[in-house]
Design a protein around this ligand. Structure first.
Ligand code: ATP
Length: 235
């Protein structure tokens, strides 16, 4: 069973088409990683799913056709998007950021859920009353992820979570993502430049080049693919 089925013939910004004939699925509680060079169209793929692009074709989520839906409606349907650069609210406190992620839930329920996330991530709890701007890059990414999970999504879209983070912090972050996805049965679609780590937590993977899928398979298939090894794994 797939939670997400993308069958897009074209997608882009205004008159500019970036993606062509993009078709893939994310299994229920599945994990897909999308690899690709700078400018290949990875971010545009996530924005297309979140309803931010002019899109032709069809996108189905949880059995419903969500093509053409507004971003807020797609978010309410159960897709949480962690954008590149994290998108935390710098001036809001850590706790307020979490509450913002639970905006569609009853206030008391959201507050209890925020407390559970703070308990889970003591580094955020220590700074819960301080502005998010004071957090380190890794802590901000953790906050962005926790905020995404606050809406109890069925699918989380993550746009280059490793960007700007030290290798050790990135490795910890991917281990946390792996744990969260397993615990909650949440599907994940991760766009990453750090192919090694991303393939480590994915089941399936694809490579996008110039707006088209050029390689697809299981994460193990891609790790064994010579072109992928040369281009993305540096081996
Ligand atoms: P990166 O790793 O650099 O983020 P990416 O694979 O995520 O790259 P996209 O950000 O999806 O690539 O960009 C794909 C193409 O779309 C690029 O040529 C980019 O210049 C173009 N593009 C991105 N945003 C817009 C926009 N708002 N309007 C027009 N073109 C855009």
């Amino acid at each position: 069973m797939s939670v997400l089925t993308v069958d897009v013939t074209a997608s882009g910004y205004g008159p500019v088409t970036i993606l062509r004939d993009l078709a893939f699925e994310v299994g229920d509680a599945g994990r897909l990683v999308i690899l690709g060079a700078n400018g290949a169209g990875k971010t545009t793929t996530l924005r297309t799913i979140s309803g931010m692009c002019r899109t032709e074709g069809s996108i189905r989520f949880g059995g419903r056709d969500i093509t053409g839906w507004a971003p807020h409606r797609i978010a309410a349907a159960g897709i949480a998007h962690v954008p590149q650069g994290r998108g935390t609210f710098a001036e809001l406190t850590v706790r307020e950021n979490l509450l913002a992620g639970g905006i569609t839930r009853p206030r008391r329920e959201a507050a209890a859920e925020a407390d559970r996330w703070l308990e889970r991530f003591p580094r955020l709890a220590e700074r819960s009353a301080r502005p998010a701007s004071g957090l380190s890059g890794g802590e901000q990414q953790l906050l962005a992820i926790a905020r995404a999970f606050m809406s109890a999504p069925r699918l989380v879209l993550l746009d280059e979570p490793s960007l700007g983070l030290a290798p050790k912090i990135t490795a910890e972050l991917f281990a946390t993502l792996d744990d969260l996805a397993r615990e909650r049965g949440t599907a994940m679609l991760v766009v990453e430049q750090n192919a090694q780590l991303a393939l480590g937590i994915a089941e399936t993977a694809l490579v996008i080049e110039s707006g088209r899928v050029t390689v697809r398979g299981t994460a193990a298939d891609l790790r064994d693919n010579d072109d992928v090894r040369r281009a993305y794994l540096g081996v």
